[in-house]
Design a binder for this molecule. Structure first.
Ligand code: ADP
Ligand code: MG
Length: 307
């Protein structure tokens, strides 16, 4: 799989120079067997040459990355793909409103009659050259993230009160993901944001939606892959034009709907669950429902969609 991930990048048209540098990075940084199991083997690739190139370039330069974008814009798929491409173990660190420094760095525990540090995911990633995914970073309170300041800038250290200072392994990188302006999110303060290079994740283009659907569902008939991709694109246009919100613009929902069709639910009903019903506003719901109806008859059976 490791070689595969570079083959995939080559097929996507990523520059040969970057691929060579990735190869060099991998052979330079040794990986213990215990950590090798954490190197992800992504099931699905991220599509998007420019984003790949920017992300690889930034990480090779030793920078940390912040992926900012709408829901289902492939932030986690890309982050996982990057850890795979660099051949580094990955720690998924989901942030939430009550996340605190201890949950990131570690907590004191009592073991064998002594107080010991139970290492948190940030510390573990830091020590072994891992990739730490700070998922939904803007859900956390800025104060909780302050412990990361010294880790994320040129100092590359984590200072744990009562313990030693830990220097980040050279191969360690952090990748933050965030969905701006979602309910429950906060503004990332400037001090933290300045420690990352930021990629604004684009909405996946129509041709890639088609590739993605066919990749996930190899039995899906090409004409229906096209229909679903075009439906998604229409929803995207209406959402960008301000006619509807982005609620129905839900690739995850579309993918899940096709999964339901595979289990026999009729396409129109499946899309209702995955897409249409995400609009809680009845006007919007009708609009999206009409978009579905113009492409797919209510009577269409699931079996027809697959070869
Ligand atoms: N550019 C893309 N390339 C590949 N898959 C994508 C892309 N954009 C979205 N997806 C798909 O959308 C779904 C959600 O991706 P995910 O990474 O979890 O999104 P996010 O973290 O941005 O909400 C996945 O099934 C993923 O395959
Ligand atoms: Mg995500």
């Amino acid at each position: 799989m490791k070689e595969n991930s570079l083959e995939f990048l080559r097929a996507e048209g990523i520059s040969e120079r970057l691929i060579e540098e990735l190869r060099a990075f991998r052979s330079y940084y040794h990986l213990d067997e215990a950590e090798a199991v954490r190197v992800p083997e992504p099931l699905y690739p991220y599509y998007g040459r420019e984003v790949w190139e920017e992300a690889i370039g930034a990480l090779l330069a030793g920078e940390h990355l912040l992926l900012s974008g709408g829901k289902a814009s492939g932030k986690n798929v890309l982050a996982e793909g990057l850890a795979a491409a660099f051949g580094r173990p990955l720690w998924d660190i989901s942030l939430y409103v009550n996340a605190d420094a201890a949950s990131l760095i570690g907590t004191d525990t009592f073991r064998d009659g002594a107080v010991q540090l139970r290492k948190g995911p940030v510390l573990r990633a830091a020590e072994c050259g891992g990739f730490g995914i700070l998922d939904e970073i803007n859900m956390a309170k800025n104060e909780s993230l302050a412990v990361l300041h010294a880790a994320l800038d040129f100092r590359r250290v984590i200072d744990i009160p009562g313990y030693e200072r830990v220097c980040l392994h050279e191969a360690t990188r952090f990748i933050g993901t965030m969905n701006y302006g979602y309910a429950g999110t906060r503004e990332l303060n400037e001090a933290l944001a300045s420690r990352f290079l930021v990629i604004q994740m684009p909405v996946i283009p129509l041709a890639d939606v088609k590739r993605l659907l066919s990749g996930k569902y190899p039995n899906l008939r090409p004409e229906y892959a096209t229909q679903f991709a075009e439906l998604f694109d229409e929803i995207r246009k209406k959402s960008e034009g301000g006619e509807i919100t982005s609620r129905a613009l839900d690739l995850r929902g579309l993918i899940a709907s096709i999964g339901m069709m595979e289990r026999g639910l009729s396409p129109v009903r499946a899309l209702r669950l995955g897409i249409v019903n995400k609009c809680f506003d009845s006007y919007e719901q009708t609009l999206v429902s009409d978009l579905v109806a113009t492409r797919l008859p209510e009577s269409l059976e699931a079996g027809r969609v697959f070869a």
